[in-house]
Design a protein around this ligand. Structure first.
Ligand code: UT7
Length: 332
């Protein structure tokens, strides 16, 4: 069976920088608290009406296509991961296709929050492995700032999230032991309400009303400590699952790219794997948690920094709402 490999990556970061100090003016928080608990120094916020979810996705996609030496017309299929689509439906894959000028090809949205990009990459990989498509565009994009409760009540979540987009172009290869070696996808819906946005949702008629808005049920809720505890367990577990499936050990890894949820989670993962700090990528200080966009943005920056070379063994791993968690082991 043939494999799929990443031949281009790209990112789009919104222009507006929002520092911790700026957040201090909106809610009862402090730069010291945010840095100490999360490692975040600043994040970027998309501009209303201009930097939309699908438009940012298209900019990241164009950069990824440039690196791949391809044009949008070379793409056979789109897999688009986001928790913040511009509409309740359709998902953002369809409007992004219009920005890229390639109507007609299939576009599938993936709703797996922080784990979305790893799920999307796994789906794209399978489409290529089975021979259905040759070139698949995988995008993760988020506009979080329009959905945050920026009062003190919402501070635990509001200080963490940021906006941005990342993309990867996946193409077929006949090279054995190259590209995506395996993907490992998990979910446990028992914990859906520990990290969620309840409204709008079809369980009530109508999907959202003034009471929901007044009660703040339209904002993300996170049981932070509970999520943290699960994350520090599931990240190493799913990375070891990928290593074991391919007969590798942690010391064989050239780089781990975890979803950027919290610098303390990343440090815990590094300690559990017992690998040097430089082998676990981190850029959360600049962007906060950009959910489905964090891994493709991180891959792009790791490549810019020369941390991923031909033949590098790279593990992507994520944990988030659902709960969902997943990994992907890649021989570059
Ligand atoms: O993307 C994947 C899913 N997300 C995650 O993986 C995130 C996982 N969770 C976390 O990263 C951490 O739990 C947080 C960063 C969200 C919170 O850190 P924590 O060390 O778990 O703090 P905490 O929730 O236990 O809160 C400690 C204190 C509380 O005050 P009291 O009760 O001790 O008086 C909070 O009210 O810090 C308070 N607090 C804040 N203070 C200043 C909560 N948020 C803030 C804030 N600024 N933004």
């Amino acid at each position: 069976m043939r494999n799929s490999k990443i031949v281009g990556v790209g990112k789009y970061i919104p222009e507006r920088v929002v520092t911790n100090f700026e957040l201090e003016k909106m809610m009862d928080t402090s730069d010291a608290w945010i840095r100490e608990r999360t490692g975040i120094v600043e994040r970027h916020w998309a501009k209303e009406g201009e930097e939309t979810n699908s438009w940012m996705g298209a900019q990241a996609a164009k950069a990824a296509l440039d690196m791949a030496g391809m044009t949008p017309r070379d793409i056979d299929f789109i897999v688009y991961a986001t928790l913040s689509p511009e509409f309740y439906f359709p998902g953002s894959g369809c409007p992004m296709q219009v920005h890229l000028g390639i109507p007609g090809i299939g576009a599938m949205d993936v709703r797996n929050q922080c784990t979305g990009f790893v799920y999307a990459l796994a789906a794209a990989d399978q489409f290529i492995k089975t021979g259905m498509y040759n070139n698949v565009l995988v995008v993760g994009s988020e506009v979080q700032n329009s959905g945050l409760n920026l009062s003190t009540e919402g501070r635990d979540v509001a200080v963490i999230f940021g906006d941005g987009a990342g993309a990867a172009v996946l193409t077929a290869t006949d090279e054995k032991n190259k590209g995506i070696l395996s993907s490992h996808l998990h979910a446990d819906g028992n914990y859906a309400k520990e990290l969620w946005v309840e409204k709008p949702g079809s369980i009530t008629y109508p999907v959202v009303d003034k009471t929901h808005v007044d009660e703040g049920r339209i904002y993300p809720y996170m049981n932070g400590r509970f999520v943290f505890k699960h994350a520090v367990t599931k990240f190493p577990e799913v990375i070891y699952e990928a290593l074991n499936a391919n007969n590798y050990k942690a010391e064989d890894l050239d780089l781990v790219i975890p979803h950027q949820a919290n610098e303390r989670i990343t440090e815990a993962v590094q300690m559990r794997l017992q690998i040097p700090k430089e082998k676990v990528f981190s850029n959360i200080h600049k962007y906060g948690n950009t959910t489905a966009a964090s891994i493709p943005i991180a891959i792009t920056e790791a490549m810019e920094e020369g941390l991923i070379k031909d033949n590098s063994l790279v593990c992507l791993a994520a944990f988030g709402s659902g709960f969902t968690w997943a990994s992907s082991l890649i021989r570059w």
